[in-house]
Ligand binder design. Structure first.
Ligand SMILES: [Mn+2]
Length: 367
């Protein structure tokens, strides 16, 4: 079937796959002999289901559709219970970025992130051949711009996994069981089962990947076993959380499991009358933040930007944003000072008073 010259579906730009093929072929030809045909697929630190799903989809596209040899490598521990379950249930083959020999590869493909993001490491000695993402491009600091041969950044699409599923379809491939399951989870978690940020591309990807997915694995990923530390950190989050009008703010001090931060942000946003939730905690020499907004309230990304006020790095799309700040040390006073700073900026966004006319202090959730 030959494509119509004037496609009636504006989002379906023909030739994406062709452009990608060209970029890969050129990078491969320019590489040393031993690196030809081999590509490194990378995503952001602490990958989520969408990042992992997109990596798996790209793996199948590169192997079966384009005849290349990809290696998917991740950086940073995967903490969140669903994400750990996804890797284990689907037995994903992920290499550790820190033990990768760069000279084995002709170039890098980045998914669910862009070179400018602070939570992403791009090897300096390899060309970035392709970028697939749906996040707002952060403004690059002067002189730090990384050249990218092929860039596909679509801000409206709910999940990068949906974009990659589109490439598989364009290549005439059907996702295998593992890939379909990973892609499905990617679309599912980034769009909350198509309830937020979902475009027609997300709907198509969600339904088409579900057909071939391992439904048992998907169910087990949705209700994973939780580490026992989860319950003590839940207790801590509940006892320190304060309600400031539409905001629930919980700055937890040091935690053992940084995944607690995102878990608690999701939990607090479900509170009636809560329009946004901001949760943060120190983990080692980093301070980790998660921000969630109610769909009717607005975007999470600009709020996170204002809360951080020029410190650290952050990313987000739609109603979800995450940030991290490097700490000079993991001492209690450093963490407390960081939390005071964040609290001040978060409360400044509310104006001087909460809904009850109570400034600053807020109300403890449990008292
Ligand atoms: Mn994503």
């Amino acid at each position: 079937m030959s494509p119509e010259p004037n496609s009636s579906t504006p989002d379906l730009v023909p030739g994406r796959l062709e452009q990608l093929k060209t970029a890969l072929a050129e990078a491969s030809a320019a590489a040393d002999l031993k690196a030809r045909g081999r590509f490194l697929v990378l995503t952001h630190r602490g990958p989520d289901p969408d990042a992992l799903g997109a990596c798996e989809g790209l793996r199948q596209l590169l192997v079966e559709g384009l005849g290349y040899e990809p290696v998917v490598a991740t950086l940073g521990e995967i903490h969140r219970a669903e994400n750990v379950a996804l890797v284990e249930e689907l037995e994903l083959e992920l290499e550790d970025y820190d033990s990768i020999d760069h000279s084995r590869f002709a170039g890098v493909l980045l998914v669910d992130t862009q070179p400018e993001f602070g939570h992403t490491v791009v090897p300096e000695d390899l060309p970035v051949v392709a970028v697939f993402d749906h996040h707002v491009t952060p403004s690059a600091e002067s002189g730090s711009e990384v050249p990218v041969a092929y860039s596909d950044v679509r801000l409206k699409v709910g999940a990068t996994s949906s974009m990659i599923q589109g490439y598989l379809e364009e290549a005439g491939l059907v996702a295998d069981k593992t890939t379909a399951s990973a892609l499905f989870c990617g679309v599912r978690y980034d769009t909350a089962d198509l309830s937020r940020n979902a475009t027609p591309e997300d709907e198509a990807a969600y339904l088409n990947t579900f057909k071939n997915a391992d439904r048992g694995a998907i169910a087990r990923i949705a209700h994973p076993p939780l580490p026992s530390i989860y319950y003590s950190e839940l207790s801590r989050a509940l006892s320190c959380a304060r309600r400031h009008g539409p905001l629930v703010l919980a700055l937890m001090g040091q935690v053992e499991n940084p995944a607690s931060v995102a878990e608690m942000a999701d939990l607090f946003l479900r509170m009636e009358g809560c329009s946004w939730a901001l949760v943060g905690a120190g983990h080692g020499d980093e301070y980790v933040l998660s921000l969630r907004t109610d769909p009717s309230f607005g975007q999470a990304y600009p709020l996170m930007q204002r809360v951080l006020d020029g410190r650290g790095s952050f990313g987000g799309h739609g109603h979800i944003a995450g940030g991290r700040i490097h700490l000079d040390d993991d001492g209690e006073s450093t963490v407390r000072a960081t939390e005071r700073h964040l609290r001040t900026h978060a409360l400044a966004l509310l104006g001087s008073e909460g809904e009850d006319g109570i400034p600053d202090e807020g109300r403890l959730l449990t008292s």
